[in-house]
Write a protein that binds this ligand. Structure first.
Ligand SMILES: NC(=O)c1ccc[n+]([C@@H]2O[C@H](COP(=O)([O-])OP(=O)(O)OC[C@H]3O[C@@H](n4cnc5c(N)ncnc54)[C@H](O)[C@@H]3O)[C@@H](O)[C@H]2O)c1
Length: 484
């Protein structure tokens, strides 16, 4: 078992000011995978002081030099990708192949997309052709506090750290205390890449102590938060007195509209597998499958057989199995929601309560599908964050849009239809930050973020850079006389 109780502050690994050991549990076998320390407000103060001191020189370092450091980081990340996949698998239970090809790989993909965005972004220029002497300059916002969740650890960490330091901000990262090992390894990569002392700092800790101290801190200029809507609201409230900018990436309850004019079997299979991916622990999971009435019977049959064929098991083995969910708390929460689905009268098609056969140790959940769900049921309203799909039906396109939008969330909505005009129409009518039509994957650098209570930020590519930039407007910028 690894013991990694130090924090990374001002370019060095330092012991916490007050020791407070905390176990990182491997959810596949319920044993202690590593020990970290939970920090205090004093550790936050030390890290923020380092970040503040580093800001004036880092923010004025030539852009090309900063980009070169990010390129170095990409090289190191690529070389040490397998270590990263192992850390992610051990801390949150992603099976080997997902940890490597999806989880760790997502981090590298984002770093590369940011390198392109950093090279292409126009940091300054005239307001318009007409107003040449009104000059706009984008400047780094300052010291940024970054808080991340456990479900896609490196995806989230790279989406925040890389654009922030890339544009000249300095940062304090607090990863999820449940899955901090990948971030500790990432800190090693940052150190190896040669970022100057104080540019990147990491303090482990829980939300109410370290997260709250960061959100309130007068010397943190911006908070970038990914996690539950509950914690996002807490961060926003704690940040209010200092009027810092708060960027939020929160939960979701994604609708997946399946129309009879598509290849229903194929679309349903894709939707079910997508729901189960990462054991259902994705903010953008298509958790409400809505099927046009005339295709409903077929959809239910396909979903049942896909769920029954879904293997669950040991993440250290090769294969297409899904792993456990992250913790006992999550396991119990999911069981409670499955129970609510049964009690509220949804039809249990596959899975259900308890662990899958033969898996008595580890937080494994049965791949579960409910049919005949209505949008007022708890399982249709709450983010479950487990491999649990709800299927419901609709009669008309109008009704489908109404049900899809009837949620406080608005992260990703999915549409499956053979009619291109309908696809375009729905893409405009669905109230969500992201729409995926007919199984299309998202392009690197495309903005990731939500409407409504799914958040207010946009991460990735040039949109992700803008999150960490202030906009300065200069009137009377000297311009050469056109007549000269
Ligand atoms: N929209 C997105 O981009 C996105 C991506 C991934 C996950 N998520 C969301 O994250 C959630 C799952 O992650 P989780 O269980 O780790 O969420 P969580 O909100 O419990 O924790 C997320 C982070 O916030 C910290 N935190 C908790 N309470 C806090 C407080 N009062 N002040 C400051 N920080 C606090 C935690 O320590 C952790 O680092 C889901 O709701 C999921 O939808 C959203």
């Amino acid at each position: 078992m690894e013991r990694k109780t130090d924090f990374y502050i001002d370019g060095k690994w330092v012991a916490p000011i007050k020791a407070n050991d905390f176990p990182v549990i491997n959810p596949a076998n319920e044993t202690e995978y590593a020990t970290i320390s939970l920090g205090t407000e004093d550790d936050v103060n030390a890290a923020v002081a380092a970040a503040k001191a580093a800001f004036s020189s880092w923010s004025t370092t030539p852009h090309a030099e900063r980009v070169a450091k990010v390129e170095k980081l990409a090289e190191i990340y690529q070389e040490r990708m397998e270590e990263m996949a192992e850390a992610i698998s051990g801390e949150m239970g992603a099976p080997k192949n997902i940890a490597s090809s999806q989880q760790a790989a997502a981090g590298l993909g984002h770093i590369k997309a940011f390198i392109r965005a950093l090279k292409e972004f126009e940091f300054e220029g005239p307001l318009s052709e007409k107003f040449q002497s009104e000059y706009i300059i984008h400047e780094p916002i300052g010291v940024c506090g970054l808080i991340t969740p456990w479900n896609w650890p490196m995806n989230q960490v790279t989406l925040k750290v890389v654009p922030a330091v890339g544009v000249g901000c300095t940062v304090l990262l607090k990863p999820s205390e449940i899955a901090p090992m990948s971030s500790m390894l990432f800190a090693e990569f940052m150190d190896q890449a040669g970022f100057p002392a104080g540019v990147f700092n990491l303090v482990n800790g829980d939300g109410p102590t370290v997260g709250e101290a960061m959100s309130r801190h007068p010397d943190i200029d911006m908070m970038s938060f990914t996690g539950s809507t509950r914690a996002g609201v807490a961060v926003t409230k704690a940040a209010a007195d200092t009027v810092k900018r708060v960027s939020l990436e929160l939960g979701g309850k994604g609708p997946n509209l399946v129309f009879a004019d598509t290849d229903v079997a194929k679309a349903v299979k894709r939707g079910v597998l997508h729901m189960f991916n990462n054991s259902g622990q994705s903010c953008n999971a298509p958790s409400r499958m809505m099927v046009e009435k005339s295709a409903y019977a077929e959809a239910v049959e396909v979903a049942k057989s896909v769920a029954e064929a879904q293997e669950v098991g040991d993440p250290t083995q090769e294969g297409r199995q899904i792993g456990p969910v992250v913790s006992e708390t999550q396991f119990n929460k999911i069981q409670g929601l499955i129970d609510a689905g049964i009690k509220e009268g949804a039809t249990l098609l596959a899975g259900g309560l308890g662990r899958p056969d033969g898996l008595n140790r580890g937080y494994y959940v049965k791949p579960t599908v409910f049919a005949d769900v209505t949008n007022d049921m708890t399982i249709a309203k709450e983010e479950i964050f487990g491999p649990v799909l709800s299927i419901m039906s609709f009669e008309s396109e109008e009704e489908a849009v109404k049900i899809a939008n009837d949620t406080p969330y608005g992260l990703t909505s999915y549409v499956q239809t053979g009619d291109p005009e309908r696809a375009k129409r729905l893409a405009r009518q669905l109230r969500a930050g992201m729409i995926q039509l007919n199984g299309a994957g998202r392009a690197p650098g495309s903005p990731f973020g939500g409407y409504k209570q799914s958040g207010n930020g946009r991460e990735g590519g040039k949109f992700g850079l803008l999150e960490f930039l202030e906009v300065k407007a200069v009137a009377g910028w000297p311009v050469a006389d056109a007549a000269e």
